[in-house]
Design a binder for this molecule. Structure first.
Ligand code: PMP
Length: 439
């Protein structure tokens, strides 16, 4: 029996019930997934008893790692006294107070159940507020599965290279063409494309949705000029800015927009604010968030949701976020700085064709000599994709789960020796690649 025989058997069983054997496309399988028995802080233990350092942390959700005691304690009592009600609870007020106190762009909040749903309602809110149908978004960025948010995510070069940026093609086959007509693409960090595109269609655009450090598109820093141009152009044409911080809220106590000088009208959150339970949030300026209010004679946007603001997600989120003090953010960031600097030092020492992007507790390794500044720079050729797959396998051999093609992240459960493990694994990988003549 192999060291992963139970996982392999579970995958055969799963193939009979799920299309392709998994419950979501984003499950890593090489050639079959690792089925989890339990999590323990920074580590995962699989059904075969193997232990892995988890740099995925449920797609960056678990900022404290697995089984964080304050979350478990906050939730255990609730489980016996009812997990969801049609009535509100005090828990939702407490989490909303925490968020509105910390995050400048969140004057008012609404809770939903996922990042996808948060993005959907933020876009609907922008449409309701402006009375305009279309949106603009960054090429290659991921904003969840809402039709208008997903179009433009899976862009790839054609036979003759990259097309000029314009209207977004939906990634999912069969999406109505009317959706694509209402999604305009912008290139990240490209001031010219931003101004030209928004000028051309300004009177139809309700909002620009932007992740301040788009992870799937490359996890690169926003350039100050770009943030400035975005703010000015949006203001000039009455276009709202939605900062999608579902992932990047973990960049600091006040979130990512505050960190990079962006003042969005609306902001979406998810992942870390639920402490490991399903959650999404739409926040924003009081005036804009008013579209959700049914106190007005005719509400512009009546948002519901059976599980929205359920007490379990609220209490878990509050416990997780309360533990994320400014000191905790600083500590995570210092670990992230050490990790990114160490990776970059290996690359420089070995003169390898790699680069590193990211900030705070997030990082991404690129098989590119020059760090990408936008999606097209980060796009992997077939050869680069297979190099990344080799790298993931190398990490897996050393019991480290390194997400492939998205952001990897640290948690407060990690310690210096975990960082050293990652640095050694990467340096060994570069060494092996160079010795085999592949790099
Ligand atoms: N927006 C961003 C920026 C995200 O990173 C994600 C999830 N990775 C989403 C939206 C969608 O969130 P969810 O998976 O909770 O629906």
């Amino acid at each position: 029996a192999s060291a992963r025989s139970r996982s392999k058997r579970l995958f055969s069983r799963a193939k009979a019930v799920f299309p392709d054997g998994t419950a979501r496309a984003t499950v890593e399988r090489d050639p079959f997934p690792i089925y989890v028995q339990r999590g323990e802080g920074a580590y995962l233990i699989d059904v075969d008893g193997n232990r892995f350092l988890d740099l995925n942390n449920t797609y960056t959700t678990l900022i404290h790692g697995h089984g964080f005691a304050p979350v478990a304690e906050a939730v255990v009592d609730l489980l016996r006294s009812g997990t969801c009600f049609a009535n509100p609870t005090e828990h939702e007020i407490a989490l909303a107070e925490l968020l509105t106190t910390r995050i400048p762009a969140m004057e008012r909040v609404r809770f939903v159940n996922s990042g996808t749903e948060a993005v959907m309602f933020a876009i609907k809110a922008a449409r309701a507020f402006t009375g305009r149908p279309a949106i603009a978004r960054i090429e290659g960025a991921y904003h969840g599965a809402y039709d208008w948010a997903e179009a433009g995510q899976g862009v790839s070069p054609g036979k003759d290279g990259w097309e000029p940026v314009s209207i977004a093609t939906p990634t999912y086959r069969g999406t109505p063409s009317s959706v694509a007509e209402e999604v305009h693409l912008l290139r990240f960090n490209d001031v010219e494309s931003l101004e030209a595109r928004l000028r051309a269609v300004s009177d139809r655009i309700a909002c620009v949705i932007i992740d301040p450090m788009p992870s799937r598109a490359g996890l690169m820093h926003p350039e100050p000029d770009f943030i400035e141009a975005l703010s000015q152009t949006a203001r000039k044409y009455g276009i709202l800015i939605i900062a999608d911080e579902v992932l990047n809220l973990r960049q600091g106590y006040a979130g990512a927009s505050a960190r990079y000088g962006l003042n969005p009208d609306l902001i979406t959150a998810g992942k870390i604010i639920g402490g490991g339970f399903p959650i999404g949030a739409i926040g924003g300026r009081e005036e804009v968030m008013r579209v959700f209010s049914i106190e007005d004679a005719k509400p512009l946007l009546s948002q519901g949701g059976t599980f929205s603001a359920n007490p379990v997600s609220m209490a878990a989120g509050l416990a997780a976020m309360a533990a994320m003090t400014p000191d905790a953010f600083d500590h995570l960031e210092a670990m992230g700085d050490r990790l990114r600097a160490g990776l970059s030092a290996s690359i420089a020492r070995r003169d390898a064709r790699f680069s590193v992007t990211g900030a705070a507790s997030l990082f991404r390794i690129h098989p590119k000599r020059v760090a990408p500044v936008e999606y097209r720079d980060a796009y992997l050729s077939a050869e680069e994709a297979s190099l990344m797959r080799r790298m993931s396998r190398h990490f897996l051999e050393l019991s480290i789960l390194l997400p492939y093609g998205a952001a990897a992240c640290l948690s407060t459960a990690m310690v210096d020796s975990d960082i050293d493990l990652v640095l050694t694994a990467f340096d060994d990988f570069l060494k092996a690649e160079i010795q085999s003549g592949k790099e």
